[in-house]
Design a binder for this molecule. Structure first.
Ligand code: CMP
Length: 145
């Protein structure tokens, strides 16, 4: 039995988030290691899919960043190979996952975080995770309609 189910009153409300393991991490064979970290934290894997996304879909995913100087490079990079998208479930999973992945800019990410342990880049920064419930609802539909 899921140990969160034993006494749900002890935990904050269960929620879901989307993570996207980026093409740099997939190319380097880091998918298993990264998923393992979330499972080690007792976050539950609800869905997992490996696929290469068309640019139009990536432009939707990153629509809040449209017009920023890094937007075209970001879409180019994200379409350069398969990504591993997953839905995770757990108490306060959005906040916990963001803390686990670390600062967007890998050189500023603390050791112990996923970007701090595996990343060096800013655009090529290993992993994306939804930052709010609204982002999760919008972004997850792109991968798991
Ligand atoms: P991600 O968490 O997927 O959200 C937006 C992405 O844009 C970010 O990770 C990086 O891959 C990329 N990016 C490139 N340059 C920047 C920047 N200066 N600030 C924020 N994000 C950037």
């Amino acid at each position: 039995m899921d140990h969160f189910a034993q006494d749900p009153r002890r935990y904050a409300q269960t929620e879901r988030t989307l993570i996207v393991i980026k093409p740099d991490a997939v190319r380097r064979g880091l998918v298993g290691k990264i998923i393992q970290r979330f499972e080690d934290r007792s976050l539950k894997l609800i869905a997992l899919e490996l696929r290469t996304l068309e640019k139009e879909r990536l432009e939707d995913l990153y629509s809040p960043h449209r017009g920023k100087p890094f937007f075209n490079d970001l879409v180019e990079f994200m379409s350069s190979g398969p990504v591993a998208a997953a839905i995770l479930e757990g108490p306060e999973v959005i906040k916990i996952t963001r803390l686990m992945i670390g600062n967007t800019k890998s050189p500023e990410a603390a050791p112990g975080t996923i970007r701090g342990d595996f990343g060096l880049g800013i655009t090529e920064n290993i992993i994306h995770a939804s930052d709010t419930l609204e982002s999760f609802e919008r972004e997850s539909k792109i991968f798991f309609p």
